[in-house]
Design a binder for this molecule. Structure first.
Ligand code: CDP
Length: 243
């Protein structure tokens, strides 16, 4: 940063060496927790998240149950030690908002009518954060739901695009998120092309928005492949263990 102005590009590349249309490195592992029905550990750049799924199971408190379909609950939590400045433990406005939009992004894929009077509970714990934790949480939750064997129309996949130094780029890291001009997390169902979440922080022209959506869709397609690979690997390991 020079004179309070952040310069996001050096020799045409971003500060972490990425191109404008490049994702940060991802690592996805399915089925990492013994006591959950489904689980996933995911790293995306500097983000580290764990997702655990329970259900379909009995609803507590009982009055919340729906006689025609399962209810989906989603709890996003950021650990106190996951950020530079210790976060006060427990829910806050931000985590309540992220839990709500993430649940809305995910529940349309679940075949809820098959499990009336039950709950599907999704827990996402952010262990280390570096911008894009809601997207990382959704990607992990989606794999954990599939790992739990919950019937779904497809996996939900998420990534963000944004604007830095007047340029539209894919997948903001923390400096780009904090000092950039716009941040737009997107979630979609790559199998059908349906978009299930768009949020926008900052300002973009319509053309910039369209350019960013193209980047986000390509980014989601790449993440989707990694989600599928993680589930296939878990399935193969399960088969080997049974031999
Ligand atoms: O994480 P995401 O981009 O989905 O949400 P955000 O509210 O835009 O937060 C961006 C980043 O700011 C987080 O990923 C954290 O790295 C950081 N942050 C923080 O340091 N302390 C907080 N209390 C909240 C967020």
């Amino acid at each position: 940063m020079a004179d309070g102005v952040y310069t996001f590009f050096k020799d045409g590349l971003r500060l972490d060496g990425r191109r404008k249309d490049e994702l940060r490195p991802l690592k996805i592992e399915a089925g990492v927790l013994k006591r959950a029905d489904g689980s996933c550990y995911l790293e995306h750049g500097g983000n580290k998240v764990m997702a655990a799924v329970y259900g379909p199971r009995e609803v507590h408190p009982r009055h919340l149950h729906n006689v025609t379909q399962a209810i989906v609950r989603y709890k996003y939590n950021m650990a106190s030690f996951s950020v530079d400045e210790r976060k006060r433990p427990g829910p806050d406005r931000r985590s309540i908002e992220i839990s709500k939009v993430s649940r809305e992004a995910m529940e349309s894929v679940v075949l809820k009518e098959r499990f009336p009077r039950t709950a599907i509970d999704v827990f996402v714990e952010v262990l280390q954060s570096d911008a894009g934790t809601r997207a990382a949480g959704i990607n992990a939750a989606s794999v954990a739901m599939a790992d739990a064997g919950i019937p779904m129309k497809g996996l939900v996949t998420s990534c963000a695009f944004g604007k830095i130094d007047g340029e539209v780029v894919l997948d903001l890291c923390k400096e780009e998120d904090n000092y950039g001009e716009a941040d737009v997390p997107v979630a979609m169902i790559p199998r059908t092309g349906d978009i299930t979440m768009i949020q926008m922080d900052g300002h973009l022209t319509f053309d910039e928005f369209k350019e960013g959506m193209k980047l986000a869709i390509r980014g989601c397609d790449q993440i989707y492949e990694l989600q599928r690979e993680a589930l296939i690997e878990k399935h193969q390991n399960d088969l080997k263990a049974k031999e």
